[in-house]
Design a protein around this ligand. Structure first.
Ligand code: CA2
Length: 151
């Protein structure tokens, strides 16, 4: 039987992880994050698609692809979390089909007021914020637990 596919999508500026502002976003680079996710995914028998883009449309396209191919989707939409109706609409299409987890390295709710609202939040069954790169691992664990409960 084929392995469940999990999309892990990262939004704008997260390609700079580990290079700038490590006190906010942690010391791991995006390559480190991908390697951590691949290792964790393997322990749960998941295949992962790991993507980062600085462009809103790329994220929308990958969310649409997840509808065809994925069982779970972990998303850190970065600044688009707080602005993107396009991402809100795309995630809405996954409702009842793909399980969504929202991840943030920092905790946006404890930062500037403009970060307090999330267009991703209503679509996600689990949220991990303020745990740095470990948030993605927590997301994979949450998906594994959810799918285990499906059996
Ligand atoms: O805490 C998070 O993960 C955020 O999604 C990060 C976004 C921010 O707009 C959200 O409010 C919270 C910003 C991503 C910026 O990424 C950088 C990474 C390294 C260095 C500089 C920026």
């Amino acid at each position: 039987m084929s392995k469940p596919v999990i999309f892990i999508l990262l939004g704008p500026n997260l390609n700079m992880l580990g290079i700038r502002e490590p006190h906010i976003y942690g010391h791991e680079t995006i390559q480190d994050v991908e390697a951590m996710c691949r290792k964790e995914a393997a322990t749960h028998g998941f295949d992962i698609v790991f993507e980062q883009s600085n462009h809103e449309g790329d994220l929308v396209t990958w969310i649409q692809e997840a509808l065809k191919n994925a069982k779970g989707l972990i998303i850190n939409a970065a600044a688009y979390t707080h602005t993107s109706i396009a991402i809100y609409d795309a995630l809405k299409m996954l409702e009842n089909t793909v399980s969504i987890v929202e991840v943030h390295h920092s905790n946006p709710k404890e930062r500037e007021p403009f970060r307090h609202f999330s267009y991703v939040e209503p679509h996600a069954f689990a949220h991990f914020a303020g745990h740095g790169a470990r948030g993605y691992i927590m997301g994979l664990e949450a998906l594994a637990e959810r799918f285990g409960a499906d059996k």
